[in-house]
Ligand binder design. Structure first.
Ligand SMILES: N[C@@H](CCC(=O)N[C@@H](CS)C(=O)NCC(=O)O)C(=O)O
Length: 209
C-alpha cells in the first residue's frame, strides 16, 4: 500500500497512525503542495491523505483509511469507543490550534514545500482559508496563553485515559501540530503522550518556530 500525504497535515497524521499502529507495511509518498494533478487523477480533487490499496484503488478520508487498515488483520485496535472528554477537549482547542499552526506550517521545513512554487501555492491556499497570516501571528500570544491553560486541564484527562480509542486519532494530530508553536508548554503527561505516539507511529514531532 502507498499513503500519499502532506507531512504538515493533521488529517494525514491520523492515517499514518492507523497504518503504523496496525504494523502494516506501506510506503509513504509526499504530495507536493501546488500539485493538484496527482490527487485529482486519483480521487477527483486536491486532497490528502489518500491511500492506494494493494489492488491499486484509491481511498481518501483519514478516518476511512484508519478503519480500513483496522479491518485488514487481527487484532482490531478500535471497537468504536472513544474518550468523550478528550474529544471535547480537542474540539475546544481545534480552532486556535489551526490558527497557531498554519502560519508556522507555511514557513516550515516540510518536504511538500520544498520548491518555491509549492510553498507559494500552500501560502495562497492558507490565505484563502484563513485570511491574513501575519494577523494570525500577531494574535498568537493570547492564543498561546489560552492553549497553555487548556493544556493544564488536559493533564487530568490524560491521567484518566486508558488504552487506545478513537480519541487518540483526534488528540495526537492536534498535539503534534502544536509542537511547531514556540511557547506552547505541554504538561508532563501530554509530553509523554506525544512522544509515545511519535515513537509508535514514526510521525516526528515538529521543531518550534
Ligand atoms: N476530511 C478529510 C480532510 C483532509 C484535508 O482537509 N486535507 C487538507 C490538507 S491538511 C487538504 O488536502 N486540503 C486541500 C488542499 O490541499 O487544497 C480527511 O479527514 O482526510
Amino acid at each position: 500500500m502507498k499513503l500519499y500525504i502532506y507531512d504538515h497535515c493533521p488529517f494525514c497524521v491520523k492515517a499514518r497512525m492507523g497504518l503504523a499502529l496496525k504494523k502494516l507495511p506501506f510506503e509513504l509518498e509526499i504530495l507536493m503542495e501546488g500539485d493538484a494533478e496527482t490527487p485529482t487523477r486519483m480521487v477527483g480533487k486536491k486532497i490528502a491523505p489518500i491511500l492506494q490499496k494493494d489492488d491499486g484503488s484509491y481511498m481518501p478520508e483519514s478516518m476511512d483509511i484508519v478503519h480500513y487498515a483496522d479491518q485488514l488483520k487481527a487484532p482490531r485496535l478500535l471497537d468504536g469507543s472513544t474518550d468523550e472528554a478528550i474529544e471535547a477537549w480537542v474540539k475546544s482547542v481545534w480552532r486556535i490550534t489551526i490558527r497557531l499552526a498554519v502560519p508556522r506550517f507555511v514557513e516550515g521545513d516540510f518536504p511538500e514545500l520544498a520548491t518555491t512554487e509549492a510553498r507559494e501555492a500552500f501560502r495562497a491556499r492558507e490565505i484563502r482559508a484563513f485570511g491574513d497570516l501575519d494577523a494570525l501571528i500577531e494574535q498568537s500570544p493570547e492564543w498561546i496563553a489560552d492553549i497553555n491553560h487548556q493544556l493544564q486541564a488536559l493533564e487530568a484527562l490524560l491521567a484518566a485515559h486508558k488504552g487506545l480509542n478513537l480519541a487518540d486519532f483526534s488528540l495526537f494530530p492536534v498535539l503534534r501540530s502544536l509542537t511547531i508553536v514556540e511557547g506552547v508548554k505541554f504538561g508532563p503527561l501530554a509530553q509523554a503522550y506525544a512522544e509515545h505516539f511519535s515513537a509508535k507511529t514514526g510521525v516526528a514531532l515538529l521543531d518550534p518556530a
